[in-house]
Structures are given as C-alpha cells and as structure tokens.
Design a protein around this ligand. Structure first.
Ligand SMILES: Cc1cc2nc3c(=O)[nH]c(=O)nc-3n(C[C@H](O)[C@H](O)[C@H](O)COP(=O)(O)OP(=O)(O)OC[C@H]3O[C@@H](n4cnc5c(N)ncnc54)[C@H](O)[C@@H]3O)c2cc1C
Length: 409
C-alpha cells in the first residue's frame, strides 16, 4: 500500500487508456494507470476474433509514441477499399494509387495492439501501473483529484482521465449522464482462411438487413464483421460451419476462392453511447467512455485516438509553462475540441447504417446515385478517402505526423 502523486490518473487500461498512458509518460508526464483486469491474463489471452482497422492518421500517432514498431510485423496494409450495395452493380473503389500510393490504413489484431502498447509502456519511466486494481473512492476538490484503491492506497493528481469503456461505471459514479441507443443489431466477427490472396482490399457491402465487411489480414486470411438484427445474428452465428460459410458466400460470392473458418465466431451487441459531457471538475472522458459508435466504418478506436492526441497535447502544453492541466479552461478546451468531431462521426456512422438499412425504391435509387457520383467525381472521392484515413478536421499534432515536446524535469 503506497500513496503517490501524479499529473494525471488514467482509469481503464484498454486500448485507449494504454495509448494515453504511453503518449503522456513518453513526453515526461507523471502518470498512474489503473486497470481492473489482470494484464498477465489479458496478454496471454488467445485470439479473440477482434481486429482493428487502424487509419493512417492513427498510425502517425502510434509511430510518434513508439508503439507501431511493436505491431508492424503483424499489420496488414489496406491498399484499396471497395464499397458496394449488395445485389447492385454500382460501387465505389477507393484506391490508394489515386492518392499517394501509401496504404489507407492497416488491419491489426486487437491483442497484437495491446501487447505492443503494453511493451512500450513498460519501457517508460514516470508511470505507475496499478493492475489488477479496484477503485473504491474518487474525491475531487482542493485543486486535485484523489483515487482510493481497494488495497487502501491513494493516488493524487491534477486530472483524472476516464477510459473504462462504453458501459463506464466511473462515468455513472461521477454523475455524468449518457444516452444509450440500442441498434437492435449484433455484430458477428470471425476469421476466414481463403484460397486466393485478398491483395489488401477491404470490402464493405451493404444489405438491407445489415452491413457486411471483409477486412484483409496477414496471410490468406480475412476478418468478417457482419451486423444483423439481433435474433437473426444469434441464429446465423450458431449455424454449423458449412451452413455459416454458405451464408457468407451468399453475401460475398466466391471472390476469395475456397474458404474455411479459423477459430470461433464472436458476437457483440451494438449500442450507441453518447456521454452528456466530456469534461467536468478535474475529469475528462476519453474514447468509448465518451462515445461508443457503430462499427460500420471501423472508426471507434480511431476516434478515441484523436481524443488521446488532443488531450496529450493540452496536458503537455500546460505543464510546460507551469499551468494546471486539470484547470477548468483546459477541460473546456478538450470538450469543445473533441465533441464536435465525435458528434460528426456519430452522425455519419448512424446515418449510413440507417440509409442502407432501408429497402424502399426511392432510397435505393438515391443511394445508387450517390455511389455513382462519388465514383465519378475524383475530388469528392479523394475527400472521402482522406476522411477514412482520419486526415480531415482540426487534427491534433500527433495525428498529423508531429511529436509532443518533451517536458524538462
Ligand atoms: C465488432 C466491432 C468491431 C470494431 N472494429 C473497429 C475497427 O476496425 N477500428 C476501430 O477504430 N474501432 C473498432 N471498433 C471499436 C473499438 O473496439 C473501440 O472503440 C475500442 O475498443 C474502445 O477502447 P476503450 O479502451 O476506449 O474501451 P474498452 O475496450 O471498453 O476498455 C475499457 C477498459 O477499462 C477497464 N475497466 C472497466 N471498468 C474499470 C474500472 N472501474 N476501473 C479500472 N478499469 C476498468 C476494462 O477492463 C478495459 O480494459 C469495433 C468495435 C466492435 C464492437
């Protein structure tokens, strides 16, 4: 049991909390990271079927904090993205060659990202890792926040960053409300091994009963992320392997040749979570704790990384000139910066899901006209590509390929 003082306490060491800890500690900020789970268990867990589409701007951040090197060997570049409406001849192909030829993003297994971040974290000084640990009390006031852990130890800091996920208990405990909207859909996730190479092409096919994505993985493997109405998803996910693969073929044809399933199928109920505030009294919400979005465009963690980059920039800027990183004006800047960007993405992902879920004739026509227009208007297409790469909007320096200035002790 040891008490300690820090600049920032991070609650929740999932991919968002880990990245924030690495970014801050790497710049010389004194950080305490509290995670409920046991990293020995998390790091030795088998493949859980989850992969992340890491956008190009997110790669900038991961490079800047020294974490991408640890996952590079297992990251599969996305060369092209193909967007199609199932059963229709129109499509949009976003080809990296039409921009600068560099990958639009990378597909990386979630457990590989966690391992790389954790390794980087262990190499950094100025960081106290409390895991597994239970929070029993949070007190805010007197210019600081105090967190008491289950073993009786106390952590003190100027700022608390809450990263404990979309069903955050801490958000609730601090009295910050959140709107939760159940999509009534479940995401099925699994891995396919296939005969033909995928050539780095990610495919998103839209059907009235839900979107179906095929993401290129290392080797002749691809990850399926398939959203369906909940009851149907549970039925489809429980089918015998060959019946399940027949359903997959129904959606995707035989463009990958003969396919087999690798590992189990996983299901994730899809809900939208929108916190009423992102900041209050020495506290900020980061990542899924602030906004849990539909996985339709693979942007949830990419959005979280923009929170991380913005918060790290604000904290380091203030500490460099001797200002309090948890003061009200720092919190307001974070909230104003991040809320607009997140709201835009919530609206886009929600809007796409609704637009394609409707099978009415006029809407189908509208969708097809839209896809046709994007396909044949290169500037519009380039804009959407830059959007998918996370390169649009008021980006923090870390997302633009910049670095954080190190704090001088
Ligand atoms: C099917 C699916 C596919 C997706 N694909 C993509 C994709 O391709 N690209 C992308 O960018 N995003 C994707 N996402 C979104 C992405 O998974 C999330 O945005 C991301 O995992 C959020 O990470 P997080 O660390 O914010 O939250 P979480 O992953 O929920 O982590 C929260 C952490 O906090 C810990 N914790 C909880 N309570 C406490 C407590 N009281 N004290 C301490 N610790 C606590 C938990 O143990 C956990 O480690 C996808 C999501 C789904 C469902």
């Amino acid at each position: 049991m040891a008490n300690s003082a820090h600049d920032v306490i991070i609650l929740g060491g999932g991919l968002t909390g880990l990245t924030l800890a690495v970014a801050l500690a790497g710049a010389g900020v004194e950080v305490a990271l509290v995670e409920a789970d046991d990293y020995r268990r998390l790091l030795s867990a088998p493949y859980d079927g989850r992969v992340m589409a890491v956008a190009r701007a997110s790669r900038h951040l991961l490079d800047a904090i020294g974490a991408f090197a640890g996952m590079a060997a297992e990251a599969e570049p996305i060369r092209d993205i193909l967007v199609e409406e199932g059963g229709m001849p129109v499509r949009v192909d976003y080809e990296s060659a039409a921009l600068d030829g560099a990958p639009l993003g990378w597909i990386v297994e979630t457990r590989v990202i966690r391992r790389a971040l954790h390794e980087r974290l262990r190499s950094l000084a100025g960081l106290r890792l409390c895991a597994p640990a239970r929070v029993v009390e949070i007190r805010r006031g007197d210019g600081r926040v105090t967190v008491t852990l289950g073993d009786g130890s106390e952590l003190r800091a100027s700022l608390l960053a809450v990263c404990d996920g979309r069903h955050s208990r801490t958000r609730e405990r601090l009295g910050i409300g959140a709107r939760v909207w159940d999509y009534g859909q479940t995401g099925i996730v699994c891995t396919l091994r296939h005969e033909h190479p995928h050539r780095g092409v990610a495919v998103e096919r839209f059907f009235p009963d839900g979107p179906f994505a095929v993401l290129p993985m290392r080797g002749r493997r691809s990850s399926i992320v398939w959203a369906l109405e909940r009851a149907r998803a549970e039925t489809v996910a429980a089918l015998a392997a060959e019946d399940f693969l027949a359903e997959v073929a129904d959606r995707f044809g035989d463009r990958l040749g003969a396919v087999t399933l690798e590992g189990p199928r996983w299901t994730y109920p899809l809900v939208l979570v929108w916190a009423e505030r992102y900041a209050c009294r020495r506290t900020v919400l980061v990542g899924d704790t602030a906004h849990g979005i539909h996985p339709i465009a693979g942007q949830g963690w990419n959005l979280a990384l923009r929170d991380v980059a913005a918060l790290a920039e604000i904290v380091v800027e203030r500490l460099r000139v001797g200002l309090d990183p948890g003061a009200a004006d720092a919190l307001s800047r974070y909230e104003a910066w991040r809320r607009f960007d997140a709201l835009a993405l919530v609206a886009i992902t929600d809007g796409i899901n609704r637009l394609f879920a409707n099978d009415s004739g006029p809407l189908r026509l509208l969708r097809n006209l839209g896809l046709f227009a994007v396909q044949h208007a290169p500037p519009l297409k380039r804009f959407f590509m830059r959007h998918a790469m996370g390169l649009v909007g008021e980006l923090p320096a870390l997302m633009r390929g910049g670095r954080l200035p190190a704090l001088v002790p």
